[in-house]
Design a protein around this ligand. Structure first.
Ligand SMILES: NC(=O)c1ccc[n+]([C@@H]2O[C@H](COP(=O)([O-])OP(=O)(O)OC[C@H]3O[C@@H](n4cnc5c(N)ncnc54)[C@H](OP(=O)(O)O)[C@@H]3O)[C@@H](O)[C@H]2O)c1
Length: 317
């Protein structure tokens, strides 16, 4: 596993982090407690020392605390506030008092007195970004949070945040088919040594290539609403996966390993947050942390993406 510095903190984080959204069971099917605990443990034993969760990810914070136990001291935990859920409905609440309350709640559930990274999960349309950033700056001063993060913000919102509370990390969507941040956000972060921890490296499992062309998403599977899993986009994505499967075969790795390894090789990307609800899934993703793709393989992937053409995508929140 390779490790990189998290912003300017001096902390070293694995290039493959475990994303804890699937184990919340909110949109993933067939989630169970024992498998979730084992997935976290397998991540840790595979060299993953960076775990990404949130106030709004159901019981995942408690599961992390339970699975890690005393190993908590040797990992980096990131959690988030500003998005809340009630009766299955997600809503924004990033008022300063709410962020502080949510952070206290996260610390309690995680069984810790400080997290290494605390993100504003998304902008609250009713609250200026600078006010939410101010609350996180106060959490840092109070010793409850080590570094500040922001997720799902535009470049100008990130600038507004950074002026009030210097950013350690950001968390945007990024994968082979969603590369918008390369235009402006990625160069801005690189100039400031802000870590870029990307979500959806496997595009919610699509790029792992295990969903057959004729797959029908069952009721309750959160993926069915996204354009990349529908119609012409789905067919183009399946064609791309046929190409990538051949390339992965030539590289001698699983397709998901190839995709995650490509992601963390992109300039400016610090870590890929890989969601998993089963141990074998995080093992395949974690393999990418020790996988060196050759120039030839990277060129073949670039040519396959060129043939695929631009994708229609949609943000998470
Ligand atoms: N800040 C934000 O707004 C935001 C938004 C989204 C995500 N995130 C973070 O980023 C993390 C990653 O996003 P994500 O979990 O939504 O998506 P992801 O990592 O792109 O995909 C995860 C899903 O892919 C499937 N999968 C994983 N490994 C696989 C493998 N080896 N083979 C086949 N399928 C595999 C699993 O789905 P199935 O088993 O169900 O098929 C898993 O739930 C999240 O867990 C969360 O921590 C943050």
């Amino acid at each position: 596993m390779q490790y990189r510095e998290l912003g300017g903190t001096g902390l070293r984080v694995s290039v493959v982090a475990m994303g804890c959204w699937p184990i919340s069971g909110i949109t993933s099917l067939d989630v169970n407690r024992e498998a979730s605990l084992e997935t976290i443990r397998q991540a840790f034993s595979g060299g993953v020392n960076f775990f990404d969760t949130a106030w709004s990810y159901g019981s995942s914070e408690e599961l992390l605390a339970e699975a890690l136990g005393t190993q908590r001291e040797s990992v980096v935990i990131a959690t988030k506030g500003g998005l809340d859920r009630e009766q299955g409905r997600q809503f924004h609440d990033a008022k300063p008092a709410s962020l502080k309350r949510q952070c206290e709640g996260s610390l309690r559930r995680l069984g810790t007195d400080r997290v290494e990274l605390y993100y504003l999960h998304a902008r609250d349309p009713a609250v200026p970004v600078s006010e939410s950033a101010g609350a996180i700056a106060e959490l840092i001063s109070a010793g409850k949070v080590r570094g500040a993060g922001a997720s799902n913000l535009t470049l100008s919102e990130l600038q507004e945040f950074h002026e009030v509370c210097p950013l350690t990390a950001i968390q945007p969507a990024y994968n082979m088919l969603q590369r918008d941040i390369e235009r402006d956000i990625l160069p801005w972060c690189r100039e400031r040594q802000i870590a870029v921890c990307v979500y959806w490296p496997l595009l919610k499992g699509l790029l792992a290539g295990k969903l057959p062309r004729d797959h029908v998403f069952p009721e309750g599977d959160g993926r069915r609403k996204y354009p990349m899993f529908q119609g012409a986009e789905w067919i183009r994505n399946q064609d791309l996966l046929d190409d990538l499967r051949l390339i992965a075969g030539r590289a001698g790795v699983a397709l998901s390993t190839l995709v995650v390894a490509w992601t963390v090789r992109q300039p400016g990307i610090t870590t890929a947050l890989c969601g998993a609800k089963r141990p074998w899934q995080i093992r395949e993703s974690a393999e990418a942390g020790g996988c060196e793709l050759t120039r030839e393989i990277m060129d073949e992937i670039a040519a396959a993406l060129q043939r695929r053409g631009a994708a229609v995508t949609r943000a998470a929140v």
